[in-house]
Design a protein around this ligand. Structure first.
Ligand SMILES: *Cc1c(COP(=O)(O)O)cnc(C)c1O
Length: 514
């Protein structure tokens, strides 16, 4: 091989590894296969006769690739992405903490991974004990009386929790009409209330970003079913008057629902059940380190007080006189099932592994470290970025782009520039009560060294905003694609591979362009 050819080959290899090699996404070519079947050693059957109507008249239009092409395709795609396993993922409100490998180890143990939900209860006692133990741990952590693990996400937990509230009021003769929600709430809260048939009453936050209890007291009426409150709030502030909030609601027979997505700031320190909450959800994929994002399965258990227990989804786990665990379906007041089978069992295993590996002291330490990390970032950046509320921060800190905006640099631009520095962006423009919000949640997973790298990048970007705003407004400069048309991406998402025209119907060309 000549030297030029050799160098040419090296270039080709490095081009594969860098992000701008211009390789097409489409790799299929006819006739390639990634499998080989053993010769047929049973009598051949006509598949059409066997499958009847379910038999395809023509092959599915699947990509045709060799095994190594598939491996390279997915491995290459994975290098174009950012993950918690690569560095800090400070997406505020999302608690993107590290997924400890012990969770993965345990969830892959044969007896756990291969368990089938239709196995008889007598052969599922191990799996049921896992569910029971996780339920007990979560009841202890939240200070509530009962729990369901069925809901598959936080929003699904909210829906389930408000259904419980509705069933409770209905059992007293009147489902009531409204749900009070502060203006700082996550969008899923009003969506939940509306889906459950309630009118949303919006409560304006006070100057400290919290609940104005006097305004709340005037707002709560006989037709108020519940208040949905996130604590600590979406600006990372603990509601100091939570007891009074609960009292004001209870006096009128209304319930307090707590959105527990921010429990990473409370676990081991204080319990919603002790400060007046009647029903709440947890996000196992946030607080309890189960994998998060990418559309993977989540888990949003709902814990409640005794008064709501009769309404919990069926079935509920109970120990029989034989000492064995059984699913109890005989629940006349139940809201019914909210998810098939028993929820995302793999997430329960991971959350329990996390809980037991940490132990009570470890969980408390986790909370303290998460709050410490957020406040470290706050202290390191508050001279350069505007703090709209000076109330003490819990697990996340919210700045605004007020100072940078004077040079035309917005929160979204700063986030894009962070990508050039090798970091995942923080949450932009949320919560809505802070114009131009930068919402940063480092979680306890980060070391001082990683936090310092992030702080350095943020400080450097603040300087760039003064000296060279254009650099930030056109960022990122280091990625395969710079700025996406976010509206089209959201309105017309292309979420799966779409092959050449299927059944004569031309497929969406956007899929092929990628
Ligand atoms: C994440 C989050 C939710 C929704 O949880 P999902 O699991 O994404 O459905 C609701 N409320 C708050 C405050 C959150 O941070």
């Amino acid at each position: 091989m000549t030297e030029e050819k050799f160098i040419g080959n090296i270039r080709k290899v490095t081009a594969h590894l860098t992000q701008n090699e211009g390789l097409s996404f489409e790799k299929s070519s006819p006739g390639k296969k990634a499998y080989r079947l053993a010769p047929l050693d049973v009598p051949e059957v006509d598949p059409a006769a066997l499958l009847g109507e379910a038999h395809r008249s023509r092959n599915a239009a699947l990509p045709e690739l060799s095994e190594i092409e598939i491996i390279r395709h997915f491995t290459r795609l994975s290098t174009w992405n950012y993950a918690i396993d690569l560095g800090i993922y400070p997406l505020g409100s999302c608690t993107m903490k590290y997924n400890p490998r012990v969770n993965e180890f345990v969830s892959r143990l044969e007896g756990i991974a291969e368990a089938h939900p239709y196995q008889p209860e007598s052969l599922s006692q191990g799996s049921l004990e896992i569910i029971r133990l996780l339920q007990d741990c979560l009841i202890e952590i939240t200070g509530m009386d009962a729990i369901t693990l069925q809901p598959a996400a936080g929003a699904h937990g909210e829906f389930t929790g408000i259904l419980l509230a509705r069933a409770y009021h209905e059992s007293k003769g009147n489902p009531r009409k409204t749900v009070i929600i502060p203006d700082s709430a996550h969008g899923t809260n009003p969506a939940t209330a509306a889906t459950c048939g309630y009118q949303v009453v919006n409560l304006k936050s006070n100057a400290k970003g919290g609940v104005d209890v006097t305004a709340l007291a005037q707002m709560v009426k006989e037709d108020t079913a519940a208040m949905m409150l996130t604590n600590p709030s979406t600006i990372g502030v603990f509601e100091n008057e939570i007891h009074r909030i609960a009292d004001v609601l209870h006096e009128k027979g209304a319930l307090l629902y707590m959105d527990g997505a921010n429990m990473n700031a409370l676990v081991g320190k204080t319990r919603p059940g002790d400060f007046g909450v009647d029903v709440m959800h947890l996000n196992l994929h946030k607080t309890f380190s189960t994998p998060h994002g990418g559309g993977g399965p989540g888990s949003g258990p709902v814990a409640c007080k005794k008064i709501l227990e009769p309404f919990l989804p069926t079935p509920v786990l109970a120990r029989g006189e034989d000492g064995l665990l059984h699913w109890n379906y005989d629940r006349p007041q139940s809201v019914g099932r909210v998810r098939m089978l028993h929820g995302n069992f793999g997430m329960f295993v991971r959350a329990l592994a996390y809980t037991l590996a940490n132990g009570a002291d470890g969980l408390r330490q986790t909370t303290e470290d998460a709050v410490l990390n957020a406040n470290y970032i706050r202290k390191q950046l508050e001279d350069l970025y505007e703090l709209p509320y000076d109330t003490p921060s819990m697990h996340e800190v919210v700045f605004s782009d007020k100072r940078q905006a004077r040079n035309g640099v917005k929160t979204g631009d700063i986030a894009k520039r962070l990508i050039d520095y090798g970091f995942h962006p923080y949450t932009t423009s949320f919560p809505l009560i802070v114009p131009g919000a930068l919402m940063i949640e480092p979680t306890e997973s980060e070391s001082r060294e990683e936090l310092d790298l992030f702080v350095d990048a943020m400080r450097q970007i603040a300087r760039e905003a003064e000296e060279n705003p254009e650099l930030i407004k056109t960022a990122p400069h280091s990625t395969r694609i710079s700025r996406l048309d976010e509206t089209t991406a959201a309105r017309k998402p292309v979420l799966r591979w779409q092959g050449p025209a299927e059944n004569g119907v031309e497929v969406d060309t956007a899929a092929k362009e990628w």
